[in-house]
Design a protein around this ligand. Structure first.
Ligand code: FES
Length: 356
C-alpha cells in the first residue's frame, strides 16, 4: 500500500436500499475508467471533509463487473460520521475523493470455470458478495453459487430485490437462502443466526458441503470464526476459505488521539511514496499510524480497526507488536507485514516501508 491515491469522483445517484442504507453510484470519467476496473470483492476508500473532519471509510464494491458501474452501499449506524452523512446529506452531483479499487478478498471470474461457490454473509457483509454472485453468474456459465444470508428481519435485508432478480434469472445456478434472527419462519431451519449449529444442521440436510469448491465468509468476527472452525474441522483446506470481517460499528472509528510532544520512544523511519520520513513513537502510546499521519498526511488508512489493511506496511528493520489483526494472512505476517493502525514499536529503531 503506497501513498493513498484519491481521485475526485462525482456522485451519479444515491438510491435507497433499506430504511437505513443507501446505494451510491459514482460517475467514473473515461480517462479514469481503466484505473477503476475492479475484481469482485474489492473495495474503495472514500474520503470526505465532513464538518471540518477528514473522514475516510472503506466500502466494498457491490456492482457486477459487466454492469460497468462503480457502486457501494452504506448502512447508517449510530454515531457513524460518514454513514450518517451518506444517508442524510449526500446527493447526486456531490463529489467525493475515492481511491482505485483494492483488496484481496476477491473472486476472479474465469469463463472456463465449473465451480460451486458458497458464500455465508450477514448484514452489510453482503456487499462484496453481491458483486461476486452477479459477476460469476454472468461470466461463468458452468458455475453454481449458493448464498446463505443472515439478517435481523425482512426489512433489514440489503439487495433483497436484486437477489430475487438474480434468482429468477439464474434459477438453476443460484441457490439463495435467507436466515432471520428476529423473525419467525414456518421452517425453523431458516430462523436464527448463522452459527456453527445452524451450519451443521444445513450440511446435514439441504446443503452438500462436500460439493463446495470455494467458500466466502463475510460478516462479523463471531460468524466468520465459527464458520471457519467448522469448515476446518470438516477437512476444508484454508486455501478454499476466504474471509472478510464486517463490523457493525465499522463507521464508528475512534478518532485519532492528540499526538503528545515527545522525543522519548523509538525512532521510526518510514518510506511512503518513495520518500523517507522519520518520527518518534512511544512504545506504549498511540499506534504508529497516528504518528505517521502527524508528519505525512498522505499516509494510507481507513478503518483504524485492523480490519481493512489500508494502513499495511512492511517491517524492514526492527521489531513491532500488533494489538489486533483482522485482515492480514499468516503468510503476510510471517513476511513482516503489519497494520500500522494496530502496531507499536518494540525496538529502539524501526524501519518501515509503505511502498509494498
Ligand atoms: S486502517 Fe484499516 S487496518 Fe489499519
Amino acid at each position: 500500500m503506497t501513498a493513498a491515491q484519491f481521485h475526485t469522483l462525482t456522485v451519479e445517484s444515491v438510491g435507497t436500499l433499506t430504511d437505513d442504507s443507501v446505494l451510491i453510484t459514482f460517475d467514473v470519467p473515461d480517462e479514469l475508467a481503466e484505473l477503476y476496473q475492479f475484481t469482485p470483492g474489492q473495495h474503495v476508500i472514500v474520503r470526505a471533509d465532513i464538518d471540518g473532519e477528514d473522514v475516510r471509510r472503506s466500502y466494498s464494491i457491490c456492482s457486477s463487473v459487466a454492469s460497468g458501474d462503480l457502486r457501494v452501499a452504506v448502512r447508517q449506524i449510530d454515531g457513524g460520521v460518514f454513514s450518517t452523512f451518506a444517508n442524510t446529506r449526500l446527493g447526486a452531483g456531490d463529489t467525493l475523493s475515492v481511491t482505485p479499487p483494492t483488496g484481496e478478498f476477491v473472486l476472479a471470474p474465469d469463463s472456463s470455470n465449473s465451480m460451486h461457490y458458497l458464500a455465508i454473509a450477514a448484514g452489510s457483509g453482503i456487499t462484496p458478495i453481491m458483486s461476486m454472485i452477479a459477476t460469476t453468474l454472468e461470466e461463468e456459465p458452468d458455475s453454481v453459487f449458493t448464498l446463505l444470508f443472515g439478517n435481523r428481519d425482512g426489512l433489514s435485508i440489503m439487495f433483497l430485490e436484486e437477489l430475487s432478480a438474480l434468482k429468477n434469472r439464474f434459477p438453476a445456478r443460484f441457490v439463495l437462502m435467507h436466515f432471520l434472527s428476529r423473525e419467525m419462519n414456518t421452517i425453523p431451519l431458516f430462523e436464527g443466526r448463522l452459527d456453527a449449529d445452524k451450519l451443521e444442521a444445513l450440511f446435514a440436510s439441504v446443503i452438500d458441503a462436500d460439493a463446495v469448491d470455494t467458500w466466502y465468509l463475510c460478516g462479523p468476527a463471531g460468524m466468520v470464526d465459527e464458520a471457519t472452525d467448522l469448515l476446518r474441522s470438516r477437512g476444508v483446506s484454508d486455501t478454499a476459505i476466504h474471509q472478510e470481517l464486517f463490523f457493525a460499528d465499522r463507521d464508528a472509528v475512534r478518532p485519532a488521539p492528540p499526538i503528545p510532544d515527545t522525543d522519548a520512544g523509538s525512532v521510526v523511519n518510514f518510506t511512503l511514496g518513495g520518500r523517507t520520513t522519520t518520527t518518534v513513537v512511544p512504545t506504549d502510546g498511540a499506534p504508529i499510524l497516528d504518528y505517521v499521519l502527524a508528519v505525512r498526511r498522505d499516509a494510507p488508512f481507513s478503518c483504524r480497526n485492523g480490519a481493512c489493511a489500508s494502513c499495511r506496511s512492511i517491517v524492514v528493520e526492527g521489531e513491532v507488536t500488533m494489538d489486533h489483526n483482522w485482515c492480514l494472512t499468516q503468510e503476510e505476517v510471517d513476511a513482516g507485514q503489519i497494520l500500522t493502525c494496530q502496531s507499536h514499536p518494540v525496538s529502539d529503531t524501526v524501519v518501515l516501508s509503505f511502498d509494498i
